[in-house]
Write a protein that binds this ligand. Structure first.
Ligand code: SF4
Length: 426
């Protein structure tokens, strides 16, 4: 394990960064609708209405679980043959469905119209629909639109599109503030906020926050600190509103979390001694929590298939703090603006791939026979059947993994499949 980076002034060197290899071919990823699963839990006054087919409804319902007793905060307006054939006016139908829904559900303050492959194929303009509905519904309800279509997005990009749809309606501010960008679980938000308070950094807003109507303001004195590497489009739109981006690793593990807070501390002029006094004990505790799993993971060979866009930060964490050896790190899309600091921390010679050609990648997995493969759900079972241990990458998006308090749990997520396999082998 490497030592913790200096608590202040994170300055990644690009000199030793591994070269990027690119691959294009068949993809095996969920579409952006999947992100509704965690977004609807976070935004407690919002409703996500997928405008799609029965397939879309099945996907979202099986991914999120069917809520029998609770009023769900997501649903699907199913496009029928009449809509697809242009016999019915899909715009009229959509307005009718939205108004009926909002009539019944007075608790909804923000309605997201989520596009899908079918709505895009018939060129149903959901942005126009949102405009039309806003003219009738604002200020009681705000209607927003984005695409979760599998033609355009991988599953985490759905969140990026949702946040990007909100940026144009954020109020403006001249005040100095920090905005953490990317959805984190409420418990994580509270933990991170406590550390910001101890550092004297504030005001701090989280985007998205628990209520869709509580929009953070943005302006030239707003510092953006991304919590997720896949919110690049939203960040770029926030930059056009004058905000400035802090470059840092992501808050995974002790090292990443310390550097993440240090980047914010530097922007807010917090003295290095105070940063060390606040973060060092937390980082020490995180390292102790990770230590329980390091023995099981150290030296083990890891293959990350492109899926969630979390691959590069996780590879940095698992190689530098846990001692795993990286066979290959794949990511669906490598956004240098968002993960440049992470790429610079990967070990020299890391095989780093952008894009997907699933058959070629599976051939490389089979040839390398890594100790652990992080991949999508659809690939895990066949690889397990071939005797390879796997970890579902989607689990890393659903599980709280950010910050000092979660560092041990994050390491455990990777140790568990190896432990299970070892037990089965006895
Ligand atoms: S949006 Fe496209 S990829 Fe996603 S469930 Fe619907 S049809 Fe399938």
């Amino acid at each position: 394990m490497n030592d913790l980076v200096a608590p202040l002034a994170f300055a990644p060197s690009r000199a030793g960064a591994p070269p990027l290899l690119r691959e294009r071919g068949q993809r095996e990823v969920f579409c952006g609708l999947t992100s509704i699963v965690w977004l609807h839990r976070k935004l407690q006054d919002a409703f996500f209405l997928v405008v799609g087919s029965r397939t879309c409804a099945h996907l979202i319902q099986s991914a999120a679980g069917v809520m029998i007793f609770a009023e769900p905060r997501f649903g699907t307006a199913i496009l029928t043959d009449r809509d697809l054939a242009g016999i019915a006016d899909a715009n009229d139908e959509l307005d009718r469905v939205c108004l009926r829904l909002l009539e019944r559900r007075r608790d909804i303050r923000a309605l997201f119209l989520v596009g899908s492959c079918p709505s895009e194929v018939i060129k149903l303009d959901l942005a126009k629909a949102a405009e039309r509905l806003n003219a009738r519904l604002l200020p009681q309800v705000r209607v927003l639109a984005y695409s979760g279509s599998g033609i355009e997005t991988t599953f985490t990009q759905g969140e990026d599109r949702a946040l990007a749809s909100m940026v144009p309606v954020l109020p403006s501010t001249e005040a100095k503030q920090l905005v953490v960008v990317g959805c984190v679980a409420d418990v994580v938000e509270d933990q991170l906020r406590r550390v910001f308070d101890a550092l004297g950094i504030g005001p701090v807003a989280f985007f998205p926050s628990r209520r869709a109507v509580e929009l953070p303001a943005v302006g030239p004195n707003t510092w953006l600190l991304p919590a997720q590497p896949y919110v690049g489009d939203a960040v770029r739109l926030l930059l056009t509103r004058g905000a400035r981006l802090l470059e840092a690793p992501y808050p995974f593990g002790a090292e990443g979390t310390a550097a993440w807070f240090a980047a914010a501390a530097q922007a807010f002029g917090v003295p290095g001694e105070r940063v060390a006094a606040v973060t060092q004990p937390l980082a020490d505790r995180a390292r102790r929590a990770m230590g329980r799993y390091r023995d099981a993971l150290q030296g083990k060979r890891l293959f990350l298939m492109p899926d969630s866009q979390l691959e590069v930060p996780l590879a940095r964490f698992l190689s530098r703090e846990i001692g795993m050896r990286l066979v290959e790190v794949g990511t669906p899309y490598l956004d240098r603006q968002m993960v440049g600091a992470e790429v610079a921390l990967l070990p020299q010679g890391t095989r780093l791939y952008e894009g997907q050609d699933v058959d070629a990648q599976l051939d490389r997995v089979r040839a390398a026979r890594p100790d652990l493969t992080v991949c999508g759900l659809g690939l895990a079972n066949p690889l397990e059947a071939e005797g390879l241990a796997t970890k579902w990458s989607i689990e890393l998006v659903f599980t709280p993994i950010h910050g000092f308090d979660q560092a041990g749990d994050l390491a455990e997520l990777f140790a568990r499949p190896l432990e299970r396999r070892a037990r089965l082998a006895v």
